[in-house]
Design a protein around this ligand. Structure first.
Ligand SMILES: C[S@@+](CC[C@H](N)C(=O)[O-])C[C@H]1O[C@@H](n2cnc3c(N)ncnc32)[C@H](O)[C@@H]1O
Length: 474
């Protein structure tokens, strides 16, 4: 099915015509939905929400999005699944709405957020009083800085000497605490690492402030205020204490007005790759899947969350192994041998091989690579891996859903080497091949461009940001 052309223009023309053909095929179900705001599909709205605001997981969506779909689509009682759970928004929002929830998350940072939110909600009054004591008396100040904060190559020098010493005192001090209290104190540190460091999370990597001394003379980036450990930590504890005692809560529109009801007993977390877990889960167990996979945008979660992973004592090699286990979304991801791993995924792989649009995009990217005209040689492999792996996830979700069950998936289209890649159309075709009825592709009101470099080179084409709604037939 590989078609070769003599120049870029012809490749792009071919891709555009296949894109248009698939767009026309799905046209009747692609709709702009003005109920879906950018706030709802991003972390934005969570900044003021009790508990959701503790750790700013920038790739999160909002609990109102989850609750909106659960109620709009009349999802019956039962279990909701999120194979890319991140900070657990689907799990907590579903639980608040009265469902059971199961999530799969590969990265330790996400696992920690989920586990600690559950721990925090099960603290008793004495435990909360103890956390108040830490906020009010700063007991770490009396401890020796015996317990060093772990660092790896890409995080070395991330904190000032003064901050390193304070954190070190703190790490020594929490050793004496009761297990669940010490877990929440440690989690509070995880929540403030960026704000006390010289770094800022920036998609593909960590950006370093000029005050770090890295690249002396050339680095002018100023991240703004860098907080001391004492200020950032006591203010995080204050936030957590307030949320736990039900004060100062700006409740999510759809949630239960009684904060006492937030007890997350019905959440289960699998800490591994969904490619390992999904095949082991029980047939027809779930009412809905509400998820947002990584986008095919080179965003490297392992580097962005390096400070947090270093604190969690993840070493260099382990971090790079995690990068390889992630859904392929960085140029460093090597090909996963999907069929050797699981023969049952043959239909998913076949669906990708038969997807004309996907194949034409891959052939074009390989052509650009061969011509030395792509800004990273890993891009064709990443794009291929992304869609083939997603096809396996989609096939498994079909098997796991009850009849009539629905997938809600948030995702962005992307652009490489001047060609738009309509992830919404490609994945919907793959889902249809897997047996789903493609009910809707809901487009967010405003499109957005890709990286600034692409925008400069190729002008602003609108890239759709969508929620896909696919239903398993009754
Ligand atoms: C867009 S984020 C999800 C955010 C989530 N909806 C929330 O509100 O916090 C995608 C998540 O998928 C996780 N991930 C990537 N590859 C994975 C894999 N193979 N198995 C499980 N999780 C994976 C990433 O670590 C990341 O947390």
């Amino acid at each position: 099915m590989k078609k070769h052309f003599k120049d870029t223009e012809e490749y792009i023309k071919h891709i555009s015509s296949l894109d248009e053909k698939l767009f026309t095929y799905f046209q009747s179900i692609i709709k702009t939905d003005s109920n879906l705001t950018r706030q709802m599909v991003s972390f934005q709205a969570n900044k003021k929400l009790s508990a959701y605001r503790w750790y700013k997981y920038k790739e999160a969506f909002s609990p109102s999005l989850v609750k909106h779909f659960l109620s709009e689509y009349h999802i019956p009682e039962g279990i909701i699944l999120d194979p890319f759970a991140g900070s657990g928004t689907t799990l907590f929002a579903s639980s608040e709405a009265g469902y059971d929830a199961e999530g799969i998350e590969l990265l330790p940072v996400g696992q920690q957020i989920i586990k600690n939110r559950i721990t925090a909600c099960n603290l008793n009054n004495n435990d909360v009083d103890r956390i108040k004591f830490w906020r009010d008396s700063l007991p770490w100040k009396k401890f020796k800085p015996a317990e060093k904060i772990n660092s790896i190559r890409i995080t070395s020098g991330a904190y000032s000497e003064h901050t390193e010493t304070s954190v070190s005192r703190f790490l020594s001090a929490i050793k004496k605490e009761k297990k669940n209290v010490s877990a929440i104190l440690f989690f509070s540190l995880l929540c403030i690492l960026e704000s006390i460091s010289y770094t800022r999370k920036d998609g593909q990597f960590l950006r370093w402030d000029y005050r770090s001394g890295r690249r002396k003379g050339q680095n002018t980036f100023d991240k703004g205020k860098i907080y001391t450990f004492d200020e950032a930590f006591t203010s995080k504890l204050d936030e957590i204490i307030n949320d736990l005692s039900g004060k100062n809560i700006q409740l999510d529109l759809f949630s239960d007005p009684d904060p006492q009801n937030i007890a997350y007993r019905n959440i289960k977390l699998y800490s591994d790759s969904c490619l390992n877990i999904l095949p082991k889960l029980q047939h027809k167990k779930y009412q809905a899947v509400i998820t947002s996979p990584p986008y095919c945008n080179r965003y490297d979660y392992t580097r962005t969350y390096a400070l947090e992973h270093a604190l969690l004592r993840i070493q260099e090699q382990e971090l790079s192994d995690l990068r390889q286990k992630m859904l392929s979304c960085t140029v460093e991801n090597r090909e996963k041998d999907l069929l050797n791993f699981n023969r049952d995924w043959t239909p998913a792989v076949r669906s990708c091989e038969n997807n004309e649009l996907l194949q034409s995009v891959i052939t074009y990217l390989e052509h650009k690579k061969a011509a030395g005209a792509i800004n990273n040689n890993g891009i064709p492999r990443m794009v291929r891996g992304y869609f083939y792996e997603m096809a396996c996830v989609i096939q498994d979700c079909f098997r796991l859903l009850k009849n009539g069950g629905v997938i809600f998936m948030v995702n962005d289209n992307v652009r490489y080497a001047g060609s738009s890649i309509s992830a919404d159309l490609i994945l919907s075709k793959i889902a249809e091949d897997a047996g789903f009825h493609i009910e809707n592709v809901l487009v967010l009101p405003n499109g957005k461009g890709n990286s600034s470099q692409q925008m400069g080179d190729h002008g602003r084409e609108i890239l759709r940001k969508c929620v896909y709604i696919w239903r398993k037939p009754y």
